[in-house]
Design a protein around this ligand. Sequence first.
Ligand code: C2E
Ligand code: MG
Ligand code: MG
Length: 678
Amino acid sequence: MRLSELGDLYSTLLEAAVDGIITIDEAGIITGFNSAAERLFGYRRDEVIGQNVKCLMPEYVARHHDGYLQNYLQGCPARIIGVGREVEGRHKDGSTFPLHLSVGEALHEGHRNFIGICHDLTSYNAVLRQLGEAEERYRDIVESQKQLICRLDSKLRITFANASFSQVVGVQHDALMGIPLTSIADDAEHQLPYLLAQMFRSSDDLGEVNIKVTMKARDSGALVDWSFKRVESGNSEPPELQGFGIDISQQEAAVEQALYLRSHDPVTGFLNKQAYSDALAAWIQPGRRYALLHIDCSQFERITQQYGFESGDLIMAEAARRLRLGLDRANLCGRVTSDDFVVMAPVIDQDEAQSLANQVVLTLEAAYTIHGEQVRLDTTCGIALYPHDTRALDTLLLMASSAAKDARDHGLAYSYFNPEYHEDLRRQMDIEQGLKEAIDTRAIDVHLQPKFDLATGRIHGYEALVRWTHPRQGAISPALFVPIAERSALGQKLDRYVLTRVAELIAESIRQGKPEPVIAVNITAKHFSDTALSDFIRDLLQTYQIPARSLQLEITEGIVMEMRRTTTAIMDDLRQMGIEVSIDDFGTGYSSLSYLQHLMVDELKIDKIFIDDLESERGATLVRAVIAIAKAHDLRVTAEGIETGEQARILAAMKCDLGQGYFFARPAPSDEVLGLNH
Ligand code: C2E
Ligand code: MG
Ligand code: MG
């Protein structure tokens, strides 16, 4: 090939090249500029040939270019020649763009020439940037996950861990890289290394492995629920495990706490009532003897009322601490109600049980200090013996509790389980339960006993008296079951029931055109101090459309005594409504007659025991005095329990207003007494 032909070939090749090819001379003057360079820089060839190559550079490079070239020609090391690098080019329109420049040197006819090959990087860089941005986005998503994310290689070494991972285990990201996960994590069965290694070994996809793991690094102790999966990268990279973990420590702690609270009293840390007997069954050893103590700290409620719940809790916690530390033998403690503890401990015989009870009572009764004041718990202790009293643990608990009640009722520090007392208690509980049902099913009847005007012999009104036939125990006197009801919330329930039945009777009498009756209802002590009572009665009058004068309340002298100290607001309320109030069983409550002037009541009912004694000189004098004083205070007087004509005559002569008793009429079913038709 001839030289001229060779020259043509080169120029054709140069023109065909995709990259810009520019030649310059020693002075930096452009001597060649191919078509690709024209497209790249926006200049036509004839515009740049003969110009300094600086016109193709941004100002900050152009400024130094002559200097660089000069230095190179004088022997300084090349910065760009023979080395490709990324630089910025300057377009004719002044804009700059990235390009990859490699420069070669050629000696031609004794002159040094430089050939620059410029590859446009604009779109390449854009792709790189997009890739970078995409990676950044994914990284952000992974890093901001609350979940723990990691990758493990086939040796179970961490190759990736996100921010949550380092945060939960408390180790910096870089320190985590390369360490085996199994060195900072362990599961309860120590299966983690085996299960994870297995995922690499099998050629099949084993799906996911789920495992709860405790992270041990830096005492993190976090419990993490991990799910691992093998991932194949697609190219020649070896497979890895990808793990997603959720920190369930708090969740587990909450579940544990809930379980604890289900079986423990939060104040003392003792087992609660539900959990105690099961725990007891697991705790006792066959063949040994035990004493179960039921300790009733009855003062506790009063302390709480006086000093507040917080102080009450502090005392209970202190009492529990004393029990836990103060006993000289193994024991299992429980708190079965707000003021009752139970303690089971091994004993050889009854004497030892007794000394244990003494120990407990002494420990608990030592003074407690609240707000600088010393308070004491008044404790009684019931003792049941295992297996002497029973082997059934639930029954044993009942027996110890009944023994504690026995002790309290008899003012003793402690008492052993007594089958007779227990039977009484059981009967009482039976009554309580039965009564509740009887009220709910309206199985309690209301009988009425008339009160007669002693001067005219006419009926003045009636007293409502409840009658109940217990399914097992037969007819039970209200004198027996009312006090039982009164001890619980049943008293209020019973009173409301009777009040409602009586309101129905009055309304029905009026509806049937009978004379409007006046009916007195007995109200239990506890209920009378409840302000809701007057609201209940107000609603009742409204609902049944009955006049207030037709309803009276009987309260015992004891309540009246109590009321002097507490509130008379209920009395005021009732009075405003127009409801009359009588004092029942007057004379039995040791109130002095001088109290009468403070009382806002309408009637006194002299108790039967005074009427029984009426025919004696002493009895007559007493009753006469009561009547005189009552009259002086403008109170109506009723004599209860008149059984003979003589008693009725004497009372009438004494100007006693009303009389009630078997002599006149026994209590009888209300419909019969009022002559109501069905
Ligand atoms: P109380 O209110 O003093 O009622 C008078 C009691 O004496 C009634 O007994 C009555 O049947 C009885 N009685 C009346 N006349 C005579 C008589 O001539 N001789 C004798 N031996 N007894 C007579 P009961 O019905 O057994 O009631 C006893 C107590 O139970 C009542 O005494 C009252 O405190 C209470 N009670 C009765 N019903 C109710 C009620 O509905 N609610 C409340 N809270 N207590 C009631
Ligand atoms: Mg009464
Ligand atoms: Mg009475």
